[in-house]
Design a protein around this ligand. Structure first.
Ligand code: HEM
Length: 494
């Protein structure tokens, strides 16, 4: 009998053409080389070992990709071979055993839940339907900055303010509740809990990297697991309460929020009232994605954008002129106005190039054998694409370290996953579904900050003194190391 041929049969070890690897240590492999800012350390390693490297993170073989061509091999040519996510104890607990979208391995379930989310609440129509919420929340932020600036010359903490803005919008759109009425209340509290979760997920726990018995010991020693479990349970109580509230008969509904949409979809799909009970874990898992993926990415992008704008007075002046010419003395920036702000859009693009909030994208896992730039990749290999490094590659970008929004003048490069030199939202089947939701908030929030206020550094600080260092705590997302403190000066009366 002839043996069945598989298209992607894994070659025998000796025939394999594996990517170059830095030397590794027993047991930990190359883990010690990741450091606290993995996108930076991996860039340095790639300068020595090339744009496709094979590392061993403890027991996990990991291919690290740092060039646009290699990223294209991953996200376009071989997307179907590697569109799964690795399964680790931390993400399993967090996602109710992978009932979410972001961490779920590739499966029929993932295809179905992602489709529901994309069609039901990431669509342009649905995002636009939440416009009045964004307008109200931005107006509240403008008012609170105005009140502050009329009574004080002290700086405002722009970072926390932006966390509060994005979280307030997401809480109302997604959860049908206000941030202030939740336990988290402030941008500061939200920032802290998301940061804690992401640092734990980014660093993962010993159990992921080492054989089970050592992992168990390291986790006990570091206390990571205990903290992780505490926060996960706290969030579960919060999400369950939200689901229960939404099921209360006669509940007053401000609009159809994402929980309503999910509960309705579940009911329609099963056709049986009450069967939605079965799917509550799926609803909570999706809420967890929105909580983790939908707040800090946007807040961090606006935080970096404001820092770059203040650091580059030429850019601030040009952006302010644009928005003020467009709005005039109308006294109101509406969301439709922001569509015309071409320079502001380039500022956002440039911010996402120089400071992508998730510079390592999200890890993928190979499902079958395939090749990247001619190198063999085995099934179960972890694949990390260093998007942050590619977006600063001097072979692709002129003066890559400069913040220069004009580099996008007349350029067709966008972040929709077709330009492999620039992938702040990832690409392929796992690409971020929240792009439109995110960019709508970014444009509208920044347009208002630039229309209503001039922004100055505090205490006679010079732009050269503004510390643009990245935070280095091995988290999934990378904010600025220090909070951005700025003095607002109001230009118009509202
Ligand atoms: C500036 C804002 C944002 C950035 C830069 C960003 C970036 C990313 C990146 C890099 C990925 C991984 C893509 C891949 O693996 O190829 C991702 C996935 C994801 N993002 Fe976003 N994101 C943003 C905003 C949002 C928002 C607002 C939401 C929801 C409210 C969201 C929800 C998700 C989800 C659910 C996934 C997982 C998709 C999947 O695995 O199928 N993101 N995002």
């Amino acid at each position: 009998l002839k043996k069945k041929q598989h298209v992607n049969k894994t070659p025998q070890n000796k025939q394999k053409h594996l990517p170059p690897s830095p030397p590794k240590l027993p047991l930990i492999g190359n883990l010690h080389q990741l450091g606290s800012a993995p996108h930076r350390s991996l860039l340095q390693l790639s300068q020595k070992y090339g744009p496709v490297m094979l590392l061993h993170l403890g027991r996990i073989p990991t291919v690290v990709v740092s060039s646009a061509e290699a990223a294209k091999d991953v996200f376009k040519t071989n997307d179907l071979h590697c569109c799964s996510r690795p399964t680790y104890a931390g993400s399993r607990r967090l996602t109710y055993n992978y009932l979410d979208v972001a961490f779920s391995p590739y499966s029929d379930y993932w295809r179905e839940i992602r489709k529901i989310c994309v069609v039901e609440f990431f669509s342009v129509k649905r995002v636009q339907s939440y416009r009045s919420i964004r307008e109200e929340e931005v107006a509240k932020m403008v008012k609170s900055i105005s009140d502050h600036s009329s009574s004080s010359v002290a700086p405002v903490d722009v970072s926390e303010m932006l966390f509060a803005l994005v979280a307030s919008i997401l809480f109302r759109v997604g959860f049908g509740t206000s941030l202030q009425s939740s336990n988290y209340k402030s941008g500061k509290a939200i920032h802290k809990i998301i940061h804690d979760m992401e640092t734990m997920l980014g660093g993962m726990s010993g159990a992921e990297y080492f054989p089970a018995w050592i992992g168990w010991i390291t986790d006990r020693v570091t206390g990571v697991q205990k903290k992780f479990d505490r926060i996960t349970s706290e969030l579960d109580v919060f999400f369950q309460q939200l689901v229960d509230d939404h099921l209360t008969p006669g509940r007053k509904q401000e609009h159809e929020d994402i929980i309503d949409v999910l509960l309705r979809t579940l009911k329609e799909q099963t056709g049986v009232v009450g069967a939605a009970q079965l799917g509550h874990a799926s609803v909570k898992a999706v809420l967890m994605d929105l909580f983790l993926g939908g707040i800090d990415t946007g807040a961090i992008t606006m935080w970096w954008a404001m820092a770059e704008i203040v650091k580059n007075p030429r850019v601030m002046k040009k952006a302010q002129q644009e928005v003020r010419n467009c709005i005039g003395n109308k006294g109101l920036v509406s969301e439709s106005d922001t569509e015309q702000l071409e320079y502001l859009k380039k500022i956002i693009k440039e911010t996402l190039r120089l400071h992508p909030p998730a510079p390592m994208i999200l890890p993928r896992e190979a499902m079958s054998h395939f090749k990247i730039q001619g190198y063999d990749v085995d099934p179960k290999t972890l694949i990390l694409v260093n998007e942050g490094a590619i977006a600063r590659d001097p072979k692709i970008w002129n003066d890559p370290e400069e913040f220069f929004p004009e580099r996008f003048d007349g350029s067709s490069v966008d972040f929709k996953g077709q330009h492999y030199e620039y992938l702040p939202f990832g690409a392929g089947r796992r690409m971020c579904p929240g792009i439109y939701m995110a960019t709508t908030t970014l444009q509208f929030g920044l347009a208002n900050l630039l229309y209503w206020f001039d922004w100055k550094l505090p205490n006679g600080m010079k732009v050269e003194d503004l510390d643009m260092e990245e935070s280095a705590d091995a988290s999934l997302t990378v904010p600025m190391k220090n909070h951005l403190l700025l003095v607002p000066q109001k230009l118009y009366q509202n």
